[in-house]
Write a protein that binds this ligand. Structure first.
Ligand SMILES: [Zn+2]
Length: 534
């Protein structure tokens, strides 16, 4: 087992926007001795526990709106987007808005050099987006993705059976672990091992304050936490129960404590330290803040098991410098915490008191090293990932021509970090609304009710285009909902993807097919291998 990486904070430029910060809390203690403390991550005001911290956070864009009464009425009339298997679709007495032309056909949006473009006309429909009604068989149903079952759990192989041979080239891999949980494995440059980067893992039966009641899984997790390969970095997008699960984090610490370091949103470090994880293994980041992660060379990182101690040795969190970049390492990664349009809170009184967001990370290749301490990763040569977590994209019931209905954060993320080799993008509401539907028999359409907080499949495809993602994988669907709802997501996503000219083939040889990028949905536990990079 390799050892833990070293985490360094890149000093954030003072010009970063802070319009998502609520009022600051007065400093609880002002200690003169602190002013002489050595340079550490807490030099930055947002990271210093004795300095002012925002009391709460907010979405700073006009696209973030609370659902109106009319939205609630429409959502109630529509019900959830569920689809019975095609041969079982009875007539429906529900309001049928499905005949509206909701998509706009688009041409290939590649630039003249064949690269993905982000400046093409929007793929957005002109009209209000209403999720499809699956109660009627449509003409193009033959082309729809009615796979049965729409999602299932398989035992992960991590695709490593083919790597027994030494001469097999190692490539980046991504495995969907269910809901928003994803493992990305990036090969070390000097050995057989991989850096393991985990996002929003949940292995519990329920995503709830208690395991006795609350949204429950319909799909098992693909393995146990103890069976995961080496995990070095665990990123959390926000503190909702379906993204931050106490039992999963405790297992992760129990079985991976010799390697794992947690990257968390501003305000969430306290939750981890209260859960007995050493503070040196947790790094809090504000929006647009970045850190460098350096893995020791393989020759230095293998430890004799007899040397194992408890608590495990603690990595030093320090400010990044040229030295960090020049030190020998198996691999260097740059992480950035970026915005999302969402909320936070685990109880009644803590709403919006910790931050939420999305994550970008990239491999620092030799060509990119000189720019590694500068903000962003735009046009880097290395493998780059965007993790959307849980986010809204637009206020779905905004009147036509209301340009403010779309969250501008993704354009801004693109301007600093695009293009991405791989993106993980949410396709559905995931847990709370399916719970209401199946337990309380209250069926509400997510796209009209919580569009400020969640993506529809069409919204995700739009984010995929804006951030210029070569390959995307759908997350945040099909886990805490029944098969009828998972089928609805899968069919709707397939329709939107087909009409927008985005390929659904991960490994298609046909270059033309990837003109608008590739966006797939997989099974829980399925591993996708990234193609060799030129
Ligand atoms: Zn959430």
């Amino acid at each position: 087992m390799s050892s833990h990486p070293t985490v360094s904070i890149i000093p954030p430029p003072s010009s970063l926007p802070k319009d998502h910060h609520g009022p600051f809390q007065p400093s609880k203690q002002k200690s003169k001795s602190n002013s002489k403390a050595p340079m550490r991550e807490d030099q930055d005001e947002c990271h210093n526990p004795t300095y002012h911290k925002p009391k709460y956070f907010k979405n700073p864009w006009p696209s973030y709106r609370t659902a109106s009464l009319h939205d609630a009425y429409l959502a109630y009339q529509l019900g959830a987007a569920v689809a019975l298997p095609p041969h079982q679709t009875p007539g429906s007495s529900r309001l049928n808005l499905a005949d509206q032309e909701i998509y706009e056909e688009v041409e290939d949006t590649r630039g003249e050099d064949g690269s993905l473009r982000s400046d093409s006309a929007s793929l957005l429909p002109k009209k209000l987006y209403i999720r499809p009604d699956f109660s009627e068989v449509k003409e193009d149903d033959l082309f729809d993705d009615w796979r049965e079952p729409p999602v299932k759990t398989i035992s992960p192989t991590w695709r490593d059976q083919e790597e027994v041979q030494d001469d097999v080239e190692r490539r980046e891999k991504v495995t969907w672990l269910g809901h928003a949980g994803v493992l990305i494995q990036v090969p070390f440059r000097d050995g057989k091992d991989y850096a393991g980067v985990l996002f929003d893992p949940i292995f519990s039966y329920r995503c709830s304050p208690t395991q006795y009641v609350g949204p429950a899984r319909y799909q098992d997790p693909p393995c146990k936490v103890s069976e995961l390969p080496d995990i070095h970095i665990c990123c959390i997008s926000h503190d909702h129960y379906d993204h931050l699960d106490y039992y999963t984090i405790m297992d992760l610490w129990k079985y991976h404590q010799s390697t794992v370091h947690f990257l968390v949103p501003l305000g969430l470090k306290q939750w981890f330290t209260a859960s007995s994880i050493p503070s040196t293994r947790i790094t809090e980041l504000d929006w647009w803040h970045e850190s460098l992660i350096s893995f020791p060379p393989i020759s230095q990182s293998y430890k004799d098991d007899d040397d194992a101690t408890y608590p495990p040795s603690e990595p030093e969190v320090r400010l990044s410098s040229e030295t960090t970049l020049e030190e020998p390492s198996a691999i260097k990664l740059k992480f950035a915490f970026t915005p999302a349009q969402h909320r936070s809170g685990r109880g009644i009184l803590d709403h919006m008191t910790t931050l939420w967001g999305s994550w970008c990370f990239g491999v620092v290749e030799d060509e990119d090293r000189a720019r590694a301490n500068e903000r962003g990763m735009r046009d880097w040569k290395g493998f780059k990932v965007y993790f959307g977590g849980d986010t809204g994209y637009r206020y779905a019931t905004a009147p036509e021509g209301d340009d403010d209905a779309i969250c501008p954060a993704f354009e801004e993320i693109a301007s600093h970090y695009s293009p991405f080799t791989l993106s993980l993008l949410p396709l559905s509401t995931g847990s709370s609304l399916p719970f209401l539907r199946t337990v309380l028999s209250l069926s509400l359409d997510q796209y009209t009710l919580t569009s400020s907080l969640h993506c529809s499949p069409l919204d995700s495809l739009e984010i995929h285009r804006i951030i210029r993602s070569e390959r995307s994988l759908g997350i945040h669907w099909g886990t805490f909902c029944d098969l009828d709802e998972a089928r609805g997501t899968r069919v709707d996503f397939g329709r939107c993807r087909r009409k927008l000219g985005v390929s659904g083939e991960w490994d298609d040889e046909d270059e033309e097919a990837g003109g608008n990028g590739r966006f797939v949905v997989g099974d829980i536990g399925e591993t996708f291998v990234l193609p060799r990079r030129n």
